[in-house]
Design a protein around this ligand. Structure first.
Ligand code: UT7
Length: 331
């Protein structure tokens, strides 16, 4: 029987118009534009402004672009998976809301919560539905409105995060293109270093949790940094080894955009020069589940059919992993 792989056949992306620059942050918290850029690589990030707008609205924009590019209707979609930690609501899922907004009446869907690894975990999951033959068209979205859970008085977190969404379409391929391999990890002992303290079932919202600012992102930056460097570099090297790939075989590394120094360390461990590394952290910051599909969106025109691509991620949980795929089309 011919092996079916799940190939990315279209990409859409969306970042809000509002640009929050390092210079503007200098006026909000005790920091400098130079500190931010030299410690993270970030120059600016996008913020979703407007009453009543949430993560689903960014997903919709990204998906609408994808559908248009592929020339298909929302009615053709079987499944929509949304990787996010900033869902519109605790329930129902953002995927349900997105399907309704785009008119995907034949689709079902759900959200995956894996923080910055949300897109990669969703991609690996979505691919299974294609590989088994259960679905023909799966949309995988990585999207976060991080500005909804960031304390803009906390200089250690507000400089890093931004808002954005990226979406890919997965379709069956029988010529060996698409997702070839994935290695995924989760270690809940890392939860204490990066999380949102209140708002869940353990600590429901009260006046006290709001006064204590427990609905914002809490991060012990240095610990997360150290784990991310090791986690992303090791898993990327492992997937190369597992698939007998040398650095010369790889066309692109698509790393999670959390900190330019983490990206550099990963590329270095893989023996890759920076020309092969997708980078957009300077303009969007860390959009959590959005970073990787937004990189693919930005670099789509440079991708060629047959390119070997390694995707690599690390996020809260801790969650981390890598995906190896062969690009399936020329733009
Ligand atoms: O995407 C999910 C995973 N998240 C990540 O991968 C993030 C990983 N962590 C990081 O990227 C970095 O740890 C940060 C960018 C968050 C912080 O950079 P750092 O080089 O690790 O700084 P630090 O926390 O070690 O702090 C060094 C100094 C401290 O001052 P003292 O104690 O040395 O006097 C901080 O108070 O820098 C200070 N600092 C700042 N100074 C100016 C912290 N934030 C700022 C700031 N501006 N925004």
């Amino acid at each position: 029987m011919t092996k079916i792989t799940a190939a990315i056949t279209a990409i859409g992306g969306y970042v809000p118009d509002y640009v929050l620059s390092n210079q503007e942050l200098e006026k909000m918290v005790p920091t400098t534009a130079d500190w931010i850029e030299s410690r993270t690589g970030i120059k600016e990030r996008r913020i979703l402004k407007g009453e009543g707008l949430g993560t689903s609205d960014m997903c919709v924009k990204a998906i609408e672009e994808l559908l248009k590019k592929r020339g298909i209707s929302a009615l053709d979609i079987d499944l929509v998976i949304v990787g996010t930690v900033t869902p519109d609501h605790v329930f129902p899922s953002t995927s349900n809301i997105v399907c309704n907004k785009i008119g995907a009446k034949n689709a079902w869907g759900y959200d995956i919560s894996a923080a910055c690894s949300g897109f990669v975990f969703s991609l690996a999951t979505g691919a299974q539905f294609i590989e088994t033959g259960k679905c023909k068209k799966v949309i995988v979205v990585g999207a976060d409105k991080m500005s909804a859970i960031i304390d803009y008085q906390d200089r250690s977190t507000c400089i890093i995060f931004g808002d954005g969404a990226g979406a890919v379409l997965l379709e069956p391929n029988t010529e060996g293109f698409g997702i070839i391999d994935s290695i995924l990890h989760a270690d809940g002992s890392g939860a204490q270093y990066l999380h949102q303290k209140a708002g869940g079932s353990v600590k429901p919202p009260t006046h006290a949790t709001i006064d204590a600012k427990e609905h914002y992102v809490y991060q012990e930056g240095q610990t997360v940094f150290k784990q991310a460097v090791v986690g992303m570099a090791e898993v990327s090297a492992k997937i190369m080894e597992q698939n007998k790939l040398t650095s010369g075989d790889i066309a692109w590394l698509v790393p999670h955009q959390a900190n330019k120094r983490i990206i550099d360390a990963t590329a270095n461990r893989m023996g890759l020069t920076l020309e092969k590394v997708m980078l957009n952290i300077q303009k969007y910051g860390n959009t959590t589940a959005g970073t990787i599909p937004l990189c693919l969106w930005d670099y789509e025109k440079q991708l060629k059919k047959g390119d070997n691509i390694i995707i690599s991620t690390f996020g809260a949980g801790f969650t981390w992993g890598s995906v190896y795929l062969k690009w399936a089309y020329n733009s």
